[in-house]
Design a protein around this ligand. Structure first.
Ligand SMILES: [Zn+2]
Length: 276
């Protein structure tokens, strides 16, 4: 059976120091997903893992049937240079491929050693226009470090937001021959923190979420949603936004999957061998 319309909820857990907000997030988010019985993915920053190790271990022990752990690099290193129009043309410089490789390798090793997780997915910090389509060197680095799916396309041609839902998940090697068979899951729509900076109320944010789910369902698409640990409690101390998002998606017949589940399904559809 082909993949139907789906919502993939991914949280970037990325506070690079000990934070009560992250502690609260790691307590509450798993409970909400447990209550609804729907999975999600935590894209974990290596530094955040080290500063909240007990909390991550607890989540892993109790909720590994629902929560999938992947990575977000060690220190939030940039894969490509950005010039962000809406931030007054702020320029943020991409790192050297060797630094990127070191961070990806170390973070996967930490996830393995500390949580017993085999990391196959990565969200690149910030997100870029066209993801890694113009960076076969970085795709090769990710491939040889065990990464099989990415969330790296998260901005439009002006390095701005939101990215259109019409940019749908794709295999790099199906677009450019010779590239490794990595699945890209573009982060469409707004990054939650960037939209929350612009809005005043939870209701306005929920309105955006519901409209996007409507569009996703109507066009039979996949929405790769991003939320962050540090912005999860914006005007919303109990994360009701996530509860309402889950309820609304289920009501509209949109399946909720983790990124790993989605990757495995897509890999199966194209008959790709998975090395477990
Ligand atoms: Zn991030």
């Amino acid at each position: 059976m082909r993949t139907k319309t789906a919502l993939l909820i991914g949280y970037d857990v990325e506070t690079p120091y000990r934070s009560d907000v992250t502690v609260k997030f790691l307590e509450l988010a798993p409970k909400i997903h447990e209550e609804y019985g729907v999975p999600c993915t935590f894209f974990v920053l290596g530094k955040a893992l080290l500063y909240h190790l007990d909390e991550f271990k607890r989540v892993k022990e109790k909720y590994s049937y629902l929560i999938d752990f992947q990575q977000h690099t060690f220190s939030h290193i940039l894969f490509k240079t950005l010039v962000i129009e809406y931030r007054n043309y702020k320029l943020i410089k991409g790192a050297h491929p060797k630094e990127i490789e070191t961070e990806v390798r170390i973070t996967s090793e930490l996830l393995k050693a500390l949580l017993g997780v085999k990391c196959i997915g990565l969200t690149t910090p910030w997100g870029y226009h066209r993801g890694l389509l113009d960076r076969p060197d970085l795709l090769e680095i990710l491939w040889r470090n065990g990464i099989r799916f990415t969330r790296s396309w998260g901005r439009d041609e002006r390095d701005s937001l939101p990215l259109s839902l019409d940019v749908q998940p794709f295999w790099y090697d199906e677009l450019v021959s010779g590239y490794p068979p990595i699945l890209e899951c573009p982060i469409q729509g707004w990054h939650d923190n960037a939209l929350k900076e612009r809005l005043k109320s939870r209701e306005e944010y929920l309105d955006y979420v519901k409209k996007t789910i409507d569009y996703t369902a109507e066009k039979n698409l996949v929405w790769c949603y991003v939320q962050h640990d540090h912005s999860s409690f914006w005007n919303d101390p109990e994360m009701k936004i996530v509860e309402e998002m889950i309820e609304y998606a289920l009501d509209k017949g949109v399946q909720i999957m983790s990124y790993k589940e989605f990757y495995l399904k897509k890999a199966e559809e194209r008959g790709l061998k998975i090395d477990e």
